[in-house]
Design a protein around this ligand. Structure first.
Ligand code: GAL
Length: 413
């Protein structure tokens, strides 16, 4: 008999909301790079964008599917021009944005920019509130492919509006709708990927697919009256964001994915074992895989992880269904905020199993008959993606270091 979790997992045919931005974009989790985790404002430049595009090619990342070069906050000047337009900072974009997007497009890659639903971005640059249509027209004229949309300086009961409002004046939906509509109105000219970054407010996973193609959800963590929700590049962030992915897997799928936030591989605060779990968990939960590191300085161990084709193929599987936790017989119950050891999810030609040593080093085993989507007494062929081990049989067992992970693809087709 299947466990309750297994039954729940196999019942993932929960209808998802149809995307209003159902324009063929975001059918798989997007892959790329973002400037923010690299050097925050300092990396929002043409120089970083173009150097990264070159590295995508020379390191073989483009061939693996990494596609978007996304520039985050601080790319513009601090004020709009007299016609109300956003102005690329001439020190960072000496030839403007279009020269960069043209070059990136010629390389077969895509380009993203960052904006904000409030009157300022989080770092204090002009926000798009009240300028949605004209800002989108500018993005179209530059050939931008991706638009991350943040939630700072948005309508708030506090006066003046703080950067991060703790008492919002309404639902974030209210201030994401005008931008969604502006993007919809240019669809026949340019298809933009709309990435919502409202930090999970108003349970964005329940409506994100009707507004955009991906949404950040990191659960709010109140700390001295401030919200602290990003991936900060430490184990606590991987644990906080990764563990929460299990509870909202059913909302994520082709055209609208839960975004676990930009990867922080390369962070000095993460060990190689932790980097493997970070990448592996983001991959199997079908998060966008957006690198947040300087590719000029990447270590060989990190490069090996981000170039793991088996994991990338799992992330990009055409079914687009995230893995979630399941509880084999005798296993302890999941603990909130901690990474549970047993994960599984369907693939177009099999099932992926994730084994995470999130809380203790040890031997982690599963019988395939206990895994949602497998079952029966069959013997299956499997491959582990980090060690390259393969086998046939009724189950697998691995010794796993603390905070490391094994990802097993079981083939059924
Ligand atoms: C935060 C967002 C980060 C980054 C930053 C820029 O709100 O979560 O991912 O975009 O703003 O200021």
């Amino acid at each position: 008999m299947k466990s309750r979790e297994a039954v729940l997992l196999s019942a993932i045919a929960i209808p998802r909301l149809t995307s209003a931005l159902d324009n063929g974009i975001g059918l798989k989790p997007h892959m790329g790079w973002s400037s923010w985790n690299v050097a925050q404002c300092n990396a929002a430049s043409a120089q970083y964008a173009l150097a990264t595009a070159d590295k995508f090619v020379s390191l073989g990342l483009k061939d693996l599917g990494y596609e978007y070069i996304n520039i985050d906050d601080c790319w513009s000047t601090k004020s709009r021009d007299s016609a109300g337009r956003l102005v690329p900072d001439p020190a960072k974009w000496p030839n403007g944005v279009k020269a960069v997007t043209d070059r990136i497009h010629n390389m077969g890659l895509k380009f993203g920019l960052y904006g904000c639903a409030g009157d300022k971005t989080c770092a204090g640059y002009p926000g798009s509130e009240g300028h949605e249509k004209s800002d989108v027209a500018q993005l179209v004229s530059w050939g931008v492919d991706f638009w991350k949309y943040d939630n700072c300086y948005t309508p708030c009961r506090q006066n003046p509006r703080p950067q991060t409002c703790t008492s919002p004046a309404g639902s974030t939906k209210t201030w994401y709708a005008p931008m969604r509509d502006a993007i919809l109105s240019v669809q026949n000219t340019r298809k933009l990927h709309f990435n919502l970054c409202n930090w999970g407010r108003d349970e964005v996973w329940t409506w994100g697919a009707t507004y955009g193609h991906s949404w950040r959800y990191a659960i709010p963590l109140k700390k001295k009256n401030r919200m602290s929700v990003d991936n900060w590049g430490d184990w606590a962030s991987v644990e906080r964001i990764g563990s929460a992915a299990a509870g909202i897997h059913q909302y994520s799928g082709p055209g609208g994915f839960n975004d676990l936030d930009m990867l922080y591989l390369g962070s000095p605060k993460l060990s190689v074992d932790q980097e493997r779990l970070h990448f592996g968990l983001w991959a199997i939960t079908k998060s966008p895989l957006v690198l947040g590191l300087d590719l000029e300085k990447i270590s060989n161990s990190t490069l090996t992880i981000i170039r793991n084709k088996g994991l990338i193929d799992i992330n990009q599987d055409s079914l687009g269904r995230p893995a979630t936790t399941f509880r084999p017989p005798g296993a302890p119950a999941p603990v909130g905020g901690k990474i549970y050891p047993y994960w599984a999810g369907p693939l177009s030609d099999g099932v992926v199993i994730g084994l995470c040593a999130g809380t203790s080093v040890g031997t982690y085993s599963v019988n395939f008959k206990d895994v949602p989507g497998l079952g029966g007494s069959g013997s299956y062929a499997w491959k582990e993606m980090y060690t390259g081990q393969t086998g046939n049989g009724a189950g697998v067992s691995f010794n796993i270091n603390l905070h490391d992970m094994r990802v097993i693809k079981v083939t059924t087709a």
